[in-house]
Design a protein around this ligand. Sequence first.
Ligand code: HSO
Ligand code: ZN
Ligand code: ZN
Ligand code: ZN
Length: 273
Amino acid sequence: MLFPDYHFHTDFSSDCDEPMQAVIASAKEKGLSALCVTDHYDMDFPVRPEEPDVDFDLDLDSYYRTYHALSEKLVPEFDLRVGVELGVMPSTTKKLNTFVQAHPELDFIICSLHVVDGMDPYYPEYFEGKDDLTAYRHYFETLLACVKEFDNFNVCGHLDYIVRYGKTKADLFDIRNYADIFEELFQILVARGQGIEINTGSLYRGLSFPHPHTDILKMYKDAGGEIITVGSDAHHAEHIGYGFDVARELLLSHGFRYYTTFKERKPEFHKIP
Ligand code: HSO
Ligand code: ZN
Ligand code: ZN
Ligand code: ZN
């Protein structure tokens, strides 16, 4: 199943080395004909001395130039759009609202939480001195607090990013420990016309399900959630479109009949084939 891939990275992200062209070539090889590039931009990311180049800054001018040059060559056979994966923190919500308003040329905005208490859970320090239940709950609470302040986005990215890196991953995951948070979060998203993504990046990172955990996906559907994009979160060209057949099965089994793409921040709904 070839959904348009609405979450992937290129060498404009500081944790990715793939030129945009190489990713498009890989997508074409796989038979995809629509993509939205979503490179990282994490304002004020806490740069670590061990990795001074990993700052998740984004050179927007150059990003647009590369995107435009490529997309013009690809039409009409291939529909390439431009978005961004914005990393949010409680301290940057205001700046992010302003940033998004100032950049109407972006078709699609993902809001992702990558940093909690100044630490990216990608690094094991975040989990030091706490059990996974405490660490996960604190992550979800922080996401909810951010979403209350930052409202200028289309979907929340990889809702349970934290589970990717936990010591026990999803082995002990029990939705009852977090249901109050997701209930409030989904009420907000549905009321605002925002959505979530199904992110298959977890499948090549050792989890058995795409983000979010299927119990979270069910809660979103039960809350009346209808806006859902599909993305691989690829940081390597070969992962474009990865696991989309799994995503399709999950969406259908949870009662979703449509997936979403975005143009100029407006949702477009497509029947899941
Ligand atoms: N934010 C990345 C994980 C990462 N953090 C890599 C630092 N380096 C997930 O796309
Ligand atoms: Zn990344
Ligand atoms: Zn992310
Ligand atoms: Zn990403």
